[in-house]
Design a protein around this ligand. Structure first.
Ligand code: TYM
Length: 327
């Protein structure tokens, strides 16, 4: 049997370069490897774990599918669907919650961060976020998960749950591992922390045009351009990471050498970098237009994807119910 792969992105807005380099690039690589069966969803249930607007979610859960298709995910090769259309995910999450303690879930760094961000909206859904994510993965018995490094604590929970379900109920869940990409940690354009949807000025989206990319890069903080590279500011380190990701390691090394010697001209660096980023995004944007103008094709892809996903998910849930004494 082919090894299964599962990944997802929350339906909380337009995808950015962090999502693209940390998750989608890995999703594409595994889709094109015939040894894997790839299953990719839009995490719309996860979008309700923090405050949201109903009409925006309705749009976003579809927009992420269109972003997937535009980026090259192919319904002929991968199962593409929306999480809420396969109710087995939520059902399995409930069974999984019976083997995890409240204390363990409250200790997760990702939970603590979100509680800080939304002190008045620390809901049960938020506490359950990693349990639902574990159900997403294990309902397909997937062993490999292409996601950014920030998701590692959640994968640790999925491994714990797999072990507990295997020990206590004799299930045969794999312990999911992360599939890493060179862009597993994409920095913020501000030079502080990672690129994130919730931080204005930190991101470039997949639909940004060349002028927008140039404008965003022009705001990235820099320094004098000369000196000891180890002392360079966060903004400069971020720019050099983008150079490596979009223009290659040699170009980065050349800039690092210039930093020690004649100095870097950031205007030129940002200009060339913007062109390189846009070169990668332009074909995605062209493809997006084609799917936007064919909504019934998108509907059909979504309907077929959830149908295929449900067949696998239902088998796992039936097995879990039987083993837990619920059937
Ligand atoms: P989300 O929407 O927060 O992030 C989606 C994916 O993008 C990656 N990512 C990054 N990678 C590198 N650098 C960054 N700056 C950056 N920002 C985001 C994330 O690591 C992630 O891979 N919990 C998941 C959604 C999810 C899921 C799942 C993933 C729900 N169920 C099951 C895999 C399997 C998330 O954080 O989405």
């Amino acid at each position: 049997m082919k090894k299964r792969v599962l990944s997802g992105i929350r339906a909380t807005g337009r995808l950015h370069l962090g999502n693209y380099l940390g998750a989608i690039k890995g999703m594409l690589a595994l889709q094109d490897d015939p040894t894997y069966e790839t299953i990719y969803m839009v995490a719309d249930l996860h979008a309700v774990t923090t405050p949201y607007k109903v009409e925006e979610l309705r749009v976003n859960r579809r927009e992420v599918i269109i972003d997937y298709l535009a980026a090259g995910l192919d319904p002929e090769k991968s199962i593409l669907f929306q999480q809420a259309d396969v109710s087995e995910h939520a059902e399995l999450a409930f069974y999984f919650s019976s083997v995890m303690t409240i204390a363990r879930m409250q200790h997760l760094p990702t939970f603590k961060e979100k509680v800080k961000q939304y002190p008045d909206a620390a809901t049960m859904a938020l506490l359950n976020y990693p349990i639902l994510m574990s159900a997403d993965i294990l309902v397909y018995k997937a062993g490999l998960v292409p996601v950014g490094i920030d998701q590692e604590p959640h994968l640790e929970i999925s491994r714990e749950i797999a072990r507990k379900m295997n020990q206590e109920y004799g299930m045969d869940f794999p312990e999911p591992q992360r599939f890493k990409t060179p862009g597993e940690y994409v920095p913020s354009l501000t030079g502080e922390g990672k690129m994130s949807k919730s931080v204005e000025g930190s991101f470039i989206t997949l639909v940004d045009d060349l002028a927008t990319i140039k404008a965003k890069l022009s705001k990235a903080p820099t320094d004098s351009g000369k000196g000891d590279i180890a002392q360079a500011t966060g903004g400069v380190k971020a720019l050099l990471s983008f150079v490596e990701l979009f223009q290659g390691a040699d170009r980065r090394k050349a800039y690092e050498a210039a930093y020690k010697n004649e100095g870097i001209r950031y205007g030129d660096l940002k200009h060339d970098l913007a062109e390189a980023i846009y070169k990668e995004l332009q074909p995605i944007q062209e493809k997006r237009k084609a799917f936007e103008s064919d909504p019934s094709r998108v509907d059909q892809i979504i309907a077929e994807g959830s149908k295929r996903a449900r067949v696998i998910a239902a088998q796992t849930v039936a097995e879990v119910k039987e083993k837990m004494g619920l059937a």
